[in-house]
Write a protein that binds this ligand. Structure first.
Ligand code: ARG
Length: 458
């Protein structure tokens, strides 16, 4: 049943077999393994190892196998073969007889697995691209819907300065844009074909590797056979892209869990992404967001595990590298599912504009505005900062907001303050003042929405 029995007098013991076999997880590469094998059969025909007729029979066999395999890929996992490559070869032999034994000519599982895994990675990464784009679009739609809603902006979880709610949405669009561009870079780099590198030294058959690469949709063939079978940078890069993006999603989750809390009441998540408590009937918990935050740890774990596995591995292939798969098989679907969940949360979101406005008006979030007002009265900013600090202290002692202080109270601390201070302290004025590029004024945010839309999906 194994691909390599000749040199051995006894078979593997059960415990070793279980430890060694990768079929329980690499069955997921069945499609890629067959597609890669079809392309390899083409290369063998080109170098006349296979006649046209043999090639046809092998390709038909592989296509039939693909049809069977896609019916119930889970069953493959239980079939007892060592790995997906052994499974496909054995099944092909079942279908086409001894001819199937020719397919592995000039090929190794080392270049084969590197090729399969790149094909899977490219395909799955494309699904991530779509999921990121959809989440971006959802944020842009929310930004448009809530244009004009005012939110307290925070630093240190202290109310700092008011911002437009849409500005908050677009902050996440920026992160998602970076996630997308990082991922697209990674896809471009991984899109090279190792097939035809053999075990490590290159194949002994004069196959046209560039043609082979193009047939599999790669942009080119890898350049060094030793590197090609040893390289798992693409796994590390994808896990790094996934980790950075999950870090963004977990910050989003945290923001939203806080905004959704009874304490702030800024947003309400829709029923379809929340769950109840078995004991407390009043509860509506933000589980989707908590799970996004929680799953981030898993993805970071996969990234560091891969780095650890590859560290100090000698060239070329070592069995350690079989550990490359489970982490990525888990991390990319987790990333996609988290993006979809985040999208569902944003889609059904209700924003309580009155609560956000009331909170934005509290916490003396217009203090910076007052300092800028003093700058306009020719008071140097550092001095103005100190004066405003005193006024805030006074306001706190009186239980007032800054704009509720009387002119006498203002002038008691700073005689230069006049009636014209009041309009400057209005929340709309605080927002409107942020006219410079990237600020939260309405024209800036409107422009940012426009450019986000032109960047996003058509
Ligand atoms: N199952 C193996 C893996 O995933 C395939 C490559 C095996 N190569 C070898 N020389 N034993 O890495």
């Amino acid at each position: 049943m194994a691909l390599w029995g000749g040199r051995f007098s006894t078979g593997p013991d059960q415990a070793f077999k279980q430890f060694n076999d990768s079929l329980p997880f690499d069955y997921q590469l069945v499609e890629q393994d067959i597609v890669g094998s079809i392309a390899w059969a083409g290369a063998l025909k080109q170098v006349e190892v296979l006649s046209n007729e043999e090639y046809e029979r092998i390709v038909n066999g592989l296509n039939a196998l693909l049809g069977d395999a896609l019916q119930s890929p889970q069953d493959i996992a239980q079939s007892g073969y060592e790995d997906i490559h052994s499974y496909v070869e054995a099944k092909l032999i079942d279908k086409v007889g001894d001819l199937g034994k020719k397919l592995h000519t000039g090929r190794s599982r080392n270049d084969q697995v590197a090729t399969d895994f790149r094909l899977w990675s490219r395909q799955t990464a494309q699904q991530v691209v779509e999921a990121i784009t959809q989440l971006k679009d959802e944020f842009i739609a929310l930004a448009e819907r809530e244009l004009g809603t005012i939110l307290p902006g925070y630093t240190h979880l202290q109310r700092a300065q008011p911002v437009l709610f849409s500005h908050w949405c677009l902050a996440y669009v920026e992160m998602l844009n970076r996630d997308l561009s990082r991922l697209q870079d990674a896809i471009e780099r991984l899109n090279e074909c190792p097939l035809g590198c053999g075990a490590l030294a290159g194949t002994a058959y004069p196959v046209d590797r560039e043609k082979l690469a193009h047939e599999l949709g790669f942009s080119r063939a890898t350049r060094n056979s030793l590197d090609a079978v040893s390289d798992r940078d693409f796994v590390v890069e994808l896990l790094s892209c996934a980790s950075i993006s999950m870090m963004h999603l977990s910050r989003l989750a945290e923001d939203m869990i806080f905004y959704n809390s009874g304490e702030s009441g800024f947003i309400e998540l829709s029923d379809n992404v929340t769950s109840g408590s078995s004991l407390m009937p009043q509860k509506k918990n933000p589980d989707a967001l908590e799970l996004i935050r929680g799953k981030t740890g898993r993805v970071f774990g996969a990234f560091s595990a891969m780095m650890m596995t590859l560290k100090a591995l000698p060239l070329a292939y070592n069995k350690d590298m079989q550990e490359d798969k489970e982490g990525l098989f888990d991390a990319l679907p987790t990333w996609i599912a988290s993006l979809h969940m985040a999208q569902a949360c944003i889609k059904g979101l209700k924003v309580n504009g009155e609560a956000t406005l009331a909170a934005a008006k509290g916490g003396h979030a217009n203090a910076t505005e007052l300092a800028d007002y003093l700058v306009a009265k020719n008071i140097p900013f550092r001095e103005g900062h100190h004066i405003v600090g005193q006024l805030v202290q006074h306001a706190i002692s009186q239980g007032k907001n800054l704009e509720e202080l009387t002119l006498e109270e203002f002038q008691g601390v700073c005689p230069q303050i006049d009636h014209d201070v009041y309009p400057r302290l209005e929340i709309a004025a605080c927002i409107a003042a942020r006219q410079a590029l990237g600020g939260t004024s309405l024209p800036q945010v409107t422009e940012a929405i426009k450019s986000a839309k032109s960047f996003s999906s058509p």
